[in-house]
Ligand binder design. Structure first.
Ligand code: HEM
Length: 550
């Protein structure tokens, strides 16, 4: 009996395995890949894949390569593409799918998250330079899940959606406005230093100097090297992984020699600040932080593994938080410096809401958000108009899928074109390339005559700007809180102007990213000159009060 059942099991297997492959092949044949540009043999679309202005270029593909509509006009038959919310391309055998619509992003990245939540292999930055401990680039796995859980637990929001770390955000933002008052020409570096310092303080609890803090400088150097080397397409080894086995001395293996020369950085950044944090726990000046909080709630797993995990997550925080939040703040300042009429409108709103009966002005707090709808709308609009991550961070599929009649193979790189979703006229109204916070404003029927509020029925840009599904940004509450508070404090205290010749939209008239912005993976206005002054005597006395209290 037993032998019979082994035989029949084998026979079934013999029949099933080939049938599975035939079925898989048939399915691939039955369902085509989504439409997209025609590629060359072997290299596919490798020469078409944009390395700059990706958001608008991919959006133009979505318009161009959709289904064909046939128009009959008299004897004439015209064909016109009607666009597609999902398109595909390939580069050296790697399939890439670009999602151009919010609804499709929700369907695939959120509702079918179990298949769409991995990340493409990062050979240069991860495997060769040693940053594979950063969970933002880890594949979908238990290791990633454990790391992410730790970060989510610490960076949670309160009941009003504000980061639980808002007291530390106040401390750093108040320091920032004092520093800008002292050296307004250093605005760019001061914002960077403040955001980095806040991230490191929350992670390691170490005291951070107001300027030129050595830990912030070290972290900043490292983050720049990492972000320069994570650019897709920069290294051939990303598409031909076998190249990673070339010996370092081999001609053309310069990438390996470079990776080896900077590999120490990933180890040092993981170990050094962690050890300093642990030593500093008992010393004066150290504050509660991610490391102290995580070590206090040790779980039953082996100690060494837990410590490694805490070190890894701690190292992830700076690299994920610093550039992104800095860029969001700099884009906001750029937008308001080039739209003086909007800035004045918001400052009037601030004066009305924050001036007490005796006529003195106070600094804004998170409790003021509802009283400052124009300010909140302008923060939302800056995230929509110049999104920090125009094409998000790519996901990778871990199973075959079929969507809307299209085949999406396992191992496909999925790009969510956030820029395109944030420029959807059907959602955000006409002229989406222009900076116009009023698109988020509506009348408030519960308030006094003429009162306005943020329109809750227009999709909040944060719903798109922080990504989707199981990989959605776990630092979004801290980022939003820091951005709103910085914007509110800056507008309360300062006037900032730029020559009108410097005014530009993120997207220029040619449909590409304007030269005043970085056209790469992160959107950042290039260094700009502007004139910053304290805006009134009330603002000056507020700054003086703040200085005395520090
Ligand atoms: C304005 C500021 C920020 C923006 C626009 C932003 C945006 C994003 C986006 C688009 C993703 C990818 C989501 C996806 O794959 O679908 C992401 C991931 C991530 N972000 Fe942020 N982020 C910001 C600030 C922060 C901050 C302050 C932190 C840390 C406290 C943080 C930590 C992370 C981490 C760890 C990931 C990787 C998540 C994973 O792979 O599971 N981010 N962020």
């Amino acid at each position: 009996m037993a032998i019979m059942s082994v035989w029949s099991a084998q026979a079934i297997l013999l029949l099933l395995v080939p049938s599975y492959f035939i079925y898989a092949k048939w399915r691939r044949k039955t369902y085509p890949l989504p439409p997209g540009p025609k590629g060359w043999p072997i290299i596919g679309n490798a020469l078409d894949i944009p390395l700059t202005s990706m958001g608008p270029v991919y959006a133009s593909w979505a318009k161009l390569f959709g289904e064909i509509m046939i128009l009959l006009t008299g004897d004439l038959v015209l064909t016109s593409p009607i666009g597609s919310s999902i398109i595909s391309a390939s580069a050296l055998g790697q399939t890439i799918i670009i999602i151009d619509s919010y609804d499709v992003a929700i369907e695939l990245l959120e509702k079918r998250a179990a298949k769409y939540s991995s990340r493409p292999r990062a050979i240069m930055a991860g495997e060769l330079m040693g940053w594979d401990n950063v969970f933002a680039i880890m594949p979908y796995s238990d290791r990633w899940r454990n790391h992410r859980k730790r970060l989510v637990k610490y960076f949670r929001p309160d009941a009003n959606g504000i980061s639980v770390h808002s007291p530390r955000a106040y401390e750093f933002v108040h320091r920032l406005v004092l520093d800008i008052n002292e050296t307004p020409n250093e605005l760019y570096d001061l914002v960077r230093h403040t955001v980095g310092g806040l991230g490191l303080s929350l992670t390691y609890g170490l005291p951070i100097q107001r300027r030129n803090d050595p830990l912030v400088k070290f972290a900043d150097t490292i983050a720049r090297i990492l972000s320069d080397n994570i650019i897709p397409g920069k290294y051939l080894v990303e598409v031909l992984p076998a190249l990673r086995y070339l010996p370092s001395w081999f001609p053309g293996a310069g990438f390996k020699r470079y990776a080896e020369s900077v590999r120490w950085m990933s180890t040092d950044f993981k170990i050094q600040p962690y050890e300093r944090a642990v030593e500093a726990f008992e010393t004066e000046g150290a504050q509660p932080c991610f490391v102290s909080d995580s070590l206090a709630s040790f779980e039953s797993r082996e100690a060494r593994a837990v410590i490694e995990e805490i070190q890894d997550v701690a190292a992830t925080i700076y690299v994920a938080a610093a550039d992104t939040t800095t860029d969001a703040i700099l884009s906001f300042i750029y937008a308001l410096a080039t739209h003086p009429e909007l800035r004045k409108k918001i400052q009037n709103e601030i004066d009305t809401a924050l001036t007490d009966e005796s006529g003195s002005l106070r600094l804004p707090t998170f409790e003021d958000q509802e009283k400052l709808p124009h300010l909140t709308a302008s923060v939302m609009e800056s995230q929509r108009w110049a999104p920090v991550t125009p094409i998000g961070v790519p996901h990778l599929t871990t199973e075959h899928d079929v969507f809307d009649g299209y085949f999406i193979p396992k191992g496909t790189v999925i790009v969510a074109n956030q820029w395109s979703m944030l420029n959807d006229e059907r959602v955000y109204g006409p002229s989406p390339h222009s900076f116009n916070p009023d698109r988020f404003i509506t009348s408030d029927s519960d308030g006094p005559e003429g009162a306005v509020k943020v329109n809750p029925s227009i999709r909040h840009p944060n719903r798109i700007a922080f990504g989707f599904g199981r990989r959605v940004c776990p630092g979004s509450h801290l980022a939003q809180s820091t951005l709103w508070l910085t914007a509110a404090c800056l507008l309360t205290l300062f006037d900032f102007e730029m020559p009108l010749s410097e005014k530009a939209d993120y997207i220029g008239p040619d449909g590409k990213v304007d030269q005043r912005f970085d056209p790469g993976l992160l959107c950042q206005p290039r260094r700009y000159s502007r004139d910053i002054k304290v805006r009134s005597s009330k603002a000056a006395s507020l700054l003086e009060g703040l200085r005395m209290g520090m």
